[in-house]
Design a protein around this ligand. Structure first.
Ligand code: NAD
Length: 253
């Protein structure tokens, strides 16, 4: 029942920021020996300064060549957090550009598939993996269908990989956070408009967002999600596989 990661080598994608960075820090603090960190933003990865061995892989998760390089590197995995993702643009289906659809599905689904394929190939017996889905993959909201479809697919991929990995005691689960205070929001034009409405008060904009249907009335922190990810990556969740851990302040109830 331990959250001790000593002796473990863990892959984290989208590790430069937000949930991925918080998880990389938490894993290092919990004793992980070696982290393989993947992000398109190599400078931010380099700035993480973690107290364990780190291999940095800079690249686009949707680029098969990145995963060929990582597989050629050959390091076996005891864990993986497959987390890189983008929000894309919010748009009603009838008004959505196909290019937006393709961009979101390209990173969040093609990129996730390629990450998962490599993680399954490099996994030691008994490895544990977590796929970052979203409550948007469980509950529909107008304007979020590209993102929601990609996250519903992530939930399914976790189930498929869980069945395929079970004979080797490889566990694969998904997390479905609600609103988490990370920079993903700042890249959304609709959130920028809300911050402007709040005269630049970002916290006020987040509070207004949380007011739309989150019973607990607040966003979560990336560190709170990291606790849940470490639970799923650790032996403490030893019989959980193919599940989706929902952490959304009650939004999906
Ligand atoms: P973030 O923007 O802070 O972090 C995402 C990271 O992924 C960034 O470092 C970014 O550079 C990297 N990334 C993006 N596209 C990439 C690509 N093509 N290749 C490699 N790296 C890429 O956002 P976050 O909130 O920490 O997001 C992490 C995950 O959590 C995403 O999958 C997101 O969909 C999911 N999520 C976030 C929230 C939220 O409210 N923040 C809620 C539910 C799920």
């Amino acid at each position: 029942m331990s959250f001790d990661f000593s002796g473990k080598r863990v892959l984290v994608t989208g590790a430069a920021s937000g949930i991925g960075a918080a998880c990389a820090k938490a894993l290092a603090k919990a004793g992980a020996d070696h982290l393989a960190l993947v992000d398109i933003d190599g400078d931010a990865l380099g700035a993480l300064d973690l107290p364990c061995a780190v291999t940095i892989h800079t690249g686009d998760v949707a680029d098969p060549a990145l995963w060929e390089r990582i597989e050629a590197d050959g390091g076996k995995l005891d864990g993986a957090l497959l987390n890189a993702g983008i929000a894309g643009e919010t748009a009603l289906i009838a008004k959505m550009d196909f290019s937006n659809w393709r961009r979101v599905l390209g990173v969040n689904l093609d990129g996730l598939f390629l990450s998962l394929r490599t993680a399954m190939r490099l996994a030691n017996d008994g490895a544990s993996m977590v796929l970052t889905a979203s409550v948007a993959g469980l509950k529909a909201e107008p304007g979020t269908s590209a993102y929601g479809a990609s996250k519903a697919a992530a939930i399914h991929l976790a189930k498929g990989a869980a069945k395929e990995g079970a004979a080797r005691r490889i566990r694969v689960n998904a997390i479905a956070p609600g609103g988490v205070d990370t920079s993903i929001w700042d890249k959304l034009p609709m959130f920028a408009d809300l911050v402007e409405k709040h005269q630049g008060d970002r916290a006020g904009a987040l509070e207004e967002m949380a007011g739309y249907g989150t019973p607990m009335g607040r966003f979560e922190s990336a560190e709170e999600i990291a606790g849940q990810v470490l639970f799923l990556l650790s032996d403490a969740s030893g019989t959980m596989t193919g599940t989706t851990l929902v952490s959304d302040g009650g939004y999906s109830l």
